[in-house]
Design a protein around this ligand. Sequence first.
Ligand code: SF4
Length: 208
Amino acid sequence: MDGNFILDRIEKMVDPHIAIWDDAFRILITGILSTRTKDEVTDRASLRLFCKFPAIEMLAMASPEIVRDLIKPVGFYKHKSHDIIDTSRMIMMKHNGRVPDTMEELLELPGVGRKVANIVLSEGVGKEGLAVDTHVQRISFRLGLSPSEKPEETEKILKKKFPRKRWNEVNSYFVEFGKQICKPITPSCNRCDLRQVCKYWREHENSS
Ligand code: SF4
């Protein structure tokens, strides 16, 4: 299945998801907060956090109790309060206050997995990244782009199916497409221009 075709069709159906922050540090910390948490909850928590601690050096010196209260109720907020302080400290001490721009260095930061690292690469530091979150995973599986239910494997598969210069578009278009049309419980297949190539549609066509 041609990746360009998929992205061109989705582009006609929805606008890309726009992150609320545009600097690498805030994108990184918001990414850590976002794991297992709804977007609206993550966005509100990051707003509260960055109002109190607008700079990385301030967050590196913060107390875990204050950070914890600011980010609650994101998922695993107690654990994440330590992760984001430790990550800020590591960036200050090891990277002179600059968010690293390689996958290997990003993965060394506490609380950072491949999804967050790919988001930072693609949205924060101007490199290519293909972040597989729940929307990208679900849509890829339904379309038949990836037979795997493991995000790491799906990332590898998608990177072969989409041209490198379009990797950064995949997450932002798939997230919005997943919120508006290919929704988690009941996808709106009747409104979707990808039915002709969709494995899920072929398998469920007669039951819809
Ligand atoms: S046809 Fe349905 S399941 Fe397939 S991509 Fe479109 S909305 Fe999702």
